[in-house]
Design a protein around this ligand. Structure first.
Ligand SMILES: [Zn+2]
Length: 303
């Protein structure tokens, strides 16, 4: 056993690979990327991953017996096919099996929010703040909302492969219909897209989230204030469900909405109102690994 970990992050435009020295000392030994060229279809994506694996093995002088891969969408444990992927060529395909056949080694697969959670829990924001954290919840609050649960440094995938998919809990009818077929999901209320849509509904004009937040800070636009105050209230309600059921040591907030500083102050105060405890000691952390979380988390899948 070399102890080295090999992970690949499959994105819509690029495929990135990384070799980490070990799970205990996750130093980057190699890092490479090639284009996905998803428009060329499913078989081509598989061939691109194979090419990247061969490039990395040659450069690192190591032949790997397994690798972890982070993907958009999830592998359904029952059907062993991909679902919910925005790289649509993958949906309905037995991606894990096809990739294992092409690469000749077993692989572990997880969606990008799970890889984010695993990376921040094991080598990012959490170990710096709380080295012995038992349970960590990592969320990406971006154009969509995804999440992952990490217990004792391992991901909880779940019976249906939807462990941590907090984004599709019901939150409030005002979010409206969600692409998933439900209505009022956390994602429709708290995502960047949902916030911009709400702003447009109440103001009649369009504004980017970062401008809405700036106007809230400047107190220069009542619609921006209303939008961010609503975010704070519903963030508190939505995250309190997680705290009351999982009681994590730390919650890491990724994605564009996770950059909104008041979530770490007023958002936590809003959560406190709904938490089944007199105090709220959960650490709310900003992510540390940036864009690297996906590929680092993929490598950590095989630790
Ligand atoms: Zn939904």
């Amino acid at each position: 056993m070399s102890g080295k970990l090999f992970g690949i992050d499959l994105g819509g435009t690029k495929i990135e690979g990384v070799v980490l020295k070990s799970a205990i000392a996750p130093e980057v030994l190699e890092r490479m990327r090639i284009p996905t060229e998803a428009h060329k279809g499913y078989e081509h994506i598989i061939m691109q991953i194979k090419t990247l694996k061969e490039m990395i093995e040659e450069k690192s002088g190591t032949s790997f017996s397994t690798l972890g891969i982070g993907t958009p969408g999830a592998l359904d444990p029952a059907t062993q096919t991909m679902k919910n992927s925005n790289t649509t060529a993958l949906n309905g395909m037995p991606f894990k099996k096809d990739l294992e056949d092409a690469l000749g080694i077993p692989i572990k697969i997880a969606n990008d929010a799970n890889c984010f959670a695993l990376a921040e829990a094991t080598m990012g924001a959490v170990p710096d703040a709380l080295p012995n954290a038992e349970a960590v919840f990592g969320v990406i609050l971006g154009t969509g909302v995804g999440g992952g649960v990490v217990i004792h440094n391992k991901l909880i995938n779940g019976r249906h492969g939807i462990g941590g998919e907090w984004g599709h809990n019901f939150l409030d009818e005002s979010g409206g219909p969600c692409y998933c077929g439900l209505s009022g999901c956390v994602e429709t209320v708290l995502s960047g897209t949902g916030l911009q849509k709400y702003y447009k509904t109440i103001s009649g004009t369009e504004k980017k989230l970062k401008d809405i937040y700036q106007a809230y800070l400047d107190n220069s636009d009542p619609f921006s204030t209303q939008t961010i105050e609503r975010l704070i209230t519903y963030f508190g309600k939505a995250i309190a469900y997680i705290i009351n059921s999982l009681d994590p040591d730390a919650i890491v907030l990724g994605g564009g909405v996770g950059n909104i500083d008041v979530l770490y102050t007023l958002g936590v105060e809003a959560a406190q109102k709904h938490v089944f405890n007199d105090t709220l000691e959960t650490l709310f952390l900003k992510p540390k690994l940036g864009d690297s979380a996906g590929v680092f988390g993929a490598a950590m899948l095989v630790s």
